[in-house]
Design a protein around this ligand. Sequence first.
Ligand code: NBP
Length: 477
Amino acid sequence: MKNNIGVIGLSVMGKNLAFNFADNGYKVSIFNRTIAVVDTVKREYAGENIYPTYSLKEFVGSLEKPRRVFIMVKSGQPVDSMIQQLLDYVEEGDIIIDGGNSYFKDTTRRTKELSERGINFIGAGISGGEEGARFGPAIMPGGKKEAYDYVSEMFERISAKAYGEPCCRYISENGAGHYVKMVHNGIEYADMQLISEAYWILKNLGGMDNKEMQEVFKAWNKSELESYLIEITSNILGEKDGDDYLLDKILDKASQKGTGKWTNLEAINLGVDISVITSALNARFMSNLKDERKIGEKLFGESLGIYNGQFKSIDTSTIDRELLVRLVKNSLYISKIVAYAQGFKLLLSAQKEYGWKLNFSEIAKIFRGGCIIRAKFLNDISDAFLKDGDIDNLIFTDIFSEEIRERMDDFRDLMSRVVALGIPANAMNSALGYIYSYSNGNSSANLIQAQRDYFGAHTFERIDKEGVYHNEWNNEN
Ligand code: NBP
């Protein structure tokens, strides 16, 4: 009897996905470029459904038709190389799935190239890291719907479940699945940055210690902010290293693997404002300039009352902590709404640009389990898109416009305090600026248009009459 699916690439993700398929009753062939890994992985699995193979020919030959080949190798050239080698063995109608973090344009190209040979290709964004792969990831599959139908049952079975539903839904054609995963990662950057800004404000403006902040985060995790990232933050705040807190000993330089960069470059390409996500990426860049920040502190810190990284000008004993916690909570929640709204806005533009048909309500549902950004309020996002499917922006929906209006005074109050005191909270400030920009039908862009016409005769439209105009500007004014 042949096996149901084959997994190539047995590093962290591939190995755990293979085990997950096996746990769910599927017979899984496994293969890896470095052959020695195959037996090591086989030995790691206690059950029976894992079948080692030692050549691609043996691997492909071991699969039932149409064959399902799941590639989980390093993204980029290794994926192309593996597909190229597989072409010697796979046949028309077989399905190749790339579950890595591939760039969506590569996925679109691969889909086209393989479809010309009669091979089905599915680009599946997979989220949840090692734990997710092993016990239930969120899966965002893109490609031909008919091809997805061959794997849908298996994918849904191995995926995370949230509120009884699988965190796996067909996304749309070609690179759409990897695109949604890319936007997910951008939102993840924003979510993490916003939480770290909330922590920084509570610590420096509120003078709260880690234990006190842990209690705050615990309480928030029972509110509309309930989410995986809030939960782990509360655990992190309580983690001890000897007599001290481990968090206080961790160097403040944030790393990245570059997935947030793609989201930002794509937003620039499509002309979409994702300022909160961009601020989060910038904050990671800035965090790495530790030595330069120390130089800056010597030059500018004194005027803000900052000495040795401490805000000496802030008298935390006079702060109403209960009020502060409320202000930070409401600011964090609005900022979070804006970050997700910006991510979905990018998806909205992408759907027009690339001809996809995206179901935003269903995408929000996928994110509810398995993913790093899993959060209770994704239920509201899903409902909001279900109710207002054609809305231009998530912040315009009844649910979220109301949530924002209710909290806006607190958000403005907090941001005015942190700006005055010199506490950097650039992602939150970007969220506030985004709402401000949306809060006024008028803007200063009339002056931009005048300047462009002045130096480049780029023309402008008028508000008092139709048409396109150029003015002979008077240099002597
Ligand atoms: P890695 O991204 O570290 O890739 C290692 C695997 O790729 C090994 O099996 C390796 O084989 C294979 N490989 C390489 Br490298 N070059 C190859 C080539 N030219 N031909 C064939 N195989 C090649 O593994 P990972 O961390 O498991 O991630 C797999 C994919 O999943 C990546 O795209 C990653 O971005 C994505 N992802 C990872 C996570 C996570 O938390 N790690 C989460 C979500 C998505 P070898 O053993 O012979 O070197």
